[in-house]
Structures are given as C-alpha cells and as structure tokens.
Design a protein around this ligand. Structure first.
Ligand SMILES: Cc1cc2nc3c(=O)[nH]c(=O)nc-3n(C[C@H](O)[C@H](O)[C@H](O)COP(=O)(O)O)c2cc1C
Length: 189
C-alpha cells in the first residue's frame, strides 16, 4: 500500500475542526463598526479561530448555530439596543428553541452554554443596551464569557450623537477580541 493511503485514516482521525466565532453587529454612524474592526483585529491573532462578521439585518439561524462563540455589538439607541439588533432577535429567537417532547411541550435552547460577549457604543452609559441584549441571550441560556465592553463617544458637538471613539476603547476592543478568541480556541465555557 502506498504510504499516502496508510496515512489518510490517521490524518482524518487527528483532523481538528476549526472553530468559528461570529460578530453580529449594527451601526448607523460607524462607532460600533470601528469597535468591531478592532475586536476582529485582536481575534485574528488567534490562528485556529475563524472570525466572521454579520450585519444583524442579514444574520441567519445558521450563522448563530454554526458559531462556537457569538459577539453582539450594538449602539445604544433610546436606552436600548439598536432596532436592527432587536429585529434580529425577534426574527430568530424561537428558531433557536428546540421542542423536547413528542407533544412539542418543552423547549430548550440550541445555543445553551454557548459563550457570548457584548460590545456597546454609546453617548452615555450604555447600560440600557447591554441589559436588553443580556436579557434576551439569557433566554437562550448562553454563557457570558467576559465582561462587556461599553465605549462612550467623547468630544461630540452639543446636540450631536457623534464624537470620537477613544484609542483606549479601541485597544480594549482589540484585547477583548484576542481574549475571546483564545477562550474559544481552548474550549473555555
Ligand atoms: C436616535 C439615537 C438615539 C440615541 N440614544 C442614545 C441613548 O439612549 N443612550 C446613549 O448613551 N446614546 C444614545 N445615542 C448615541 C449613540 O449611542 C452613539 O452615537 C453611538 O456611537 C452610535 O453608534 P454607531 O456609530 O455605531 O451608530 C443615540 C443616538 C441616536 C442616533
């Protein structure tokens, strides 16, 4: 038997599936997008984890199911997550719930135990957006893997919702990306 044929089953046995994490995001004026870019730059330092970004408006059931970890990145609008993010949860929440009895009586989450993180871009304290995301993913029984990142825009003009994202917050997003991807790689959570 040629050497290659001998090795094929061994290679197949030790094949390790690459892990994948998805960043679901919404951003009207670019602040959250900048944080997501920094997060992805940090995550890309971890070789064995693929990082995918999905706009909340096109995020699918399969995007969520196929991810070993999920990040929800949203601005705070009117004390809540962005409308696109809420619409994503409205669209997909029950699709993640599995019937657990023949009669369809019980249900459990397909995402139970799956690690997640939250990134909020806000003009103020951002807590309303954070809590609104946490409340819904708690229903999916997901596991918070790390502290949320809340970035507050600074230096905007009076009456404007825009200002700069500080270098410190961008650095924190980058570090969070690396830490989250490392935890996914190691199977923590
Ligand atoms: C319609 C609207 C409502 C907002 N409401 C809040 C709010 O309730 N709390 C807050 O901290 N910031 C609020 N902001 C500020 C945004 O959170 C902030 O500008 C954020 O950076 C926007 O993120 P983005 O650039 O990713 O769209 C609001 C902005 C807009 C446009």
């Amino acid at each position: 038997m040629p050497e290659e044929a001998h090795l094929a089953p061994i290679r197949a046995a030790i094949h390790v599936k690459r892990k994948r994490m998805t960043v679901v995001h919404a951003s009207a004026s670019g602040g959250t997008r900048a944080l997501v870019s920094a997060f992805c730059a940090g995550a890309s330092r971890v070789d064995s984890v693929d990082v995918v970004t999905r706009s909340a408006s096109v995020c699918t059931e399969q995007d969520l199911r196929s991810s070993d970890g999920l990040v929800f990145a949203t601005p705070e609008n009117f004390g809540y997550m962005a409308g696109e993010m809420k619409a994503m949860f409205d669209r997909l929440f029950y699709r993640m719930m599995l019937d657990t009895t023949d009669a369809g009586g019980g249900s459990e989450s397909a995402l139970a135990g799956r690690p997640y993180a939250v990134i909020v871009c806000a003009g103020n304290d951002g807590l309303g957006a954070l809590q609104s995301v946490n409340r819904i993913v708690t229903g999916w029984r997901m596991t918070a893997l790390c502290e949320p990142l809340i970035a507050r825009r600074v230096g905007g003009e009076a009456g404007s919702s825009r200002g700069a994202i500080s270098a410190r917050d961008l650095e924190a997003a980058c570090e969070l990306g690396e830490a989250f991807a490392t935890a996914i790689e190691l199977g923590i959570a």
